[in-house]
Design a protein around this ligand. Sequence first.
Ligand code: ZN
Length: 154
Amino acid sequence: MPGLEDLYREIILDHYRTPRNRGELPTPPAVVAQGHNPLCGDEISVFLEVGDGVVSDVKVGGQGCSISQSSASMMSQAIKGRSVDEVRALVRRFKGMMSIEDVGDNEPGTDGVQLGDLEALQGVVKFPVRIKCATLAWNTLLEALEQANETAAS
Ligand code: ZN
């Protein structure tokens, strides 16, 4: 499909230049997780506020390459206002898309999960060294979800 890669590049650059949900949240009530990708020098902070099983707010900080930062921006946009269960399904769906084995559409429990702009990152799979850039925000998000879970339980 001609032009699709250009479109994807545009979406990635748009999120890189104009990152969504950039900033910090007060902790507590929010939790924060830090992620680091030493291969590329990418850094991501994910501030997450969870209430009644819903991600009520999210902010992202950090610096790094366009793939890592645009993935974080898209992630923040995709999870805000979603239930924790939906967010976990989205993480599985995204990491499925990013896996070289391409289990994407067959990941259990991810039917009907819409990736939206995140589809733009699927071309990254062709460049294995960049996959860690794309998944950094998502692994950091999982850590933040764990923290939010522990905070809720205590
Ligand atoms: Zn990177």
